[in-house]
Structures are given as structure tokens and as C-alpha cells.
Design a binder for this molecule. Structure first.
Ligand code: COA
Length: 139
């Protein structure tokens, strides 16, 4: 049985290890602001979702990751649905996410969760392929 909750200070070392590209300072910042959800099975963390806010307003899912041995058993969906519910509760009507344009599997997963593609931007010097943006209107 998967349980999703906001990450706490005690989860920081795990997140620094598993969300390696973020770095400790950003991980700590996101935990302090409530911008991480973690999924637990038998009290072990098995996945996380990290977000920020575009324009300081629109929730933007920056990263969702489930540990390889735990994939395809509903944990990513549980994380996403918990996030969507929390954002709806805050009065949000639009969600955003993005993905590198050649990452077809995550994109399929975003579409499966109701996101629609809305455009791409080039990021010369930062990324060799364009980034594809997705939005989802929530009632
Ligand atoms: C993408 C990811 C978070 C999905 O989490 P997950 O726990 O494996 O997904 P779920 O088990 O909740 O998937 C639910 C459904 O989506 C399908 N699915 C799972 N991963 C998928 C993928 N990569 N592409 C397309 N469909 C996928 C499952 O088959 C399942 O469908 P079903 O219910 O019809 O069988 C996980 O695969 C992951 O961590 N990937 C690596 C990191 C990544 O790419 N993150 C996204 C970009 S930030």
C-alpha cells in the first residue's frame, strides 16, 4: 500500500541522493516550501515528485521519479494524483510540466495523466534538444 505525503526534513538525505541533479541547497529549499511529495511503501521511500511555480503561481512539476524496482505498480500515478488534488485544493486551475523532446516514454506518461502538449522551447547551451511543455486544466 503506497502512502503519499509532503517530504520532511528527515527525508532530505534520501532526496539529495535520489534527486541528484537538484543539489542539497535546492532540495532543502523545496522541502521547506512544501514543494516535494514522497511516496512510501512499508515506510521506505520509493518515489518523489518535485514542483515549483511558473510566474510564482502556476504549479510546474519539475521531476517525478519512482525507484526502478518499484515502477509500473501505480506509485507514479499515486504521486501525481496526490499533487493534483493538493493543487486543486489551493485553488489552482492549471498544471504544467515539461520534458526533453526525445524522451517519448515520460511524454506518453504525462499524456496518460491528462496533459496536452502546448509548445517547445530551444535552450541553446543548456540542452541539446528542445524542451516540450505540457499543460493540464483541472476543474
Ligand atoms: C514516469 C514514472 C514516474 C512513472 O511511474 P510509475 O510508478 O512507473 O507509473 P505507474 O505505475 O503509476 O503507471 C501507470 C500507468 O502508466 C503506464 N506507464 C508507466 N510508465 C510509463 C511510461 N514510462 N510510459 C508510458 N506509460 C507508462 C503503466 O503501464 C500504467 O498503465 P496501466 O495502468 O494501464 O498498466 C517512472 O517510470 C519513472 O520514474 N521514470 C523515470 C523518470 C522519468 O522519466 N520521469 C518523468 C520525467 S520528469
Amino acid at each position: 500500500m503506497v502512502k503519499v505525503a509532503s517530504a520532511s526534513q528527515a527525508d532530505i538525505d534520501w532526496l539529495v541522493r535520489e534527486d541528484a541533479s537538484a543539489g542539497r541547497a535546492w532540495v532543502s529549499r523545496c522541502v521547506a516550501l512544501g514543494e516535494y511529495l514522497v511516496a512510501r511503501e512499508d515506510s521506505e521511500i520509493v518515489g518523489f515528485l518535485r514542483f515549483s511555480r511558473f510566474w510564482g503561481k502556476v504549479p510546474y512539476m519539475e521531476m517525478i521519479r519512482v525507484l526502478p524496482d518499484h515502477r509500473r505498480s501505480g506509485i507514479g500515478t499515486a504521486l501525481f494524483l496526490a499533487w493534483e488534488k493538493a493543487m486543486r485544493g489551493d485553488g489552482t486551475r492549471l498544471l504544467m510540466t515539461s520534458s526533453e523532446c526525445d524522451e517519448s516514454r515520460p511524454q506518453d506518461w504525462h499524456r496518460r495523466n491528462g496533459f496536452i502538449e502546448t509548445g517547445t522551447i530551444e535552450l541553446p547551451g543548456l540542452q541539446s534538444v528542445p524542451e516540450v511543455f505540457f499543460i493540464k486544466h483541472i476543474a
